[in-house]
Design a protein. Sequence first.
Length: 156
Amino acid sequence: MSATFNEQSARSNLVFGLGAEEYAIDIALVQELRGYDQVTRLANAPDYLKGVINLRGVIVPLIDLRIRLGLAVPTYNATTVVIILATPEHTTGIVVDSVADVVNLEPGQIKPAPQLRHGASEYVLAIASVEQRMLIMLDIGAMLRGLTTEPEALAA
């Protein structure tokens, strides 16, 4: 985790909201931001997999992070955003409540995450303090690994 943590601390981070909390991910993974629109649902998919979209000829699965992290039932409105992420393995969209800003974090602003035994804490890299804000820094690559497969496999 320390290698990922060090890499993460040296980069700009996209800050987004899920409920009352703010989360941050490495902006280098972000391909684009889109409004939440109609998705094609897939039969027998996990509840956090909202479906797929066609993004300029690429079939992209959409993961709702509020559901994936076990937060309250999501509502979709004008501020709901899809963050399209490009990882070496695949392109995936994550659905979040809102996008706030981009922050550059100094190493002194970042503290190790508490070690908890269950839940989404395994995806938390660190906690960052920016002025009066606490940002939960996510290891989005680890969270997405194994959650999605090729769209053809999902539809089978």
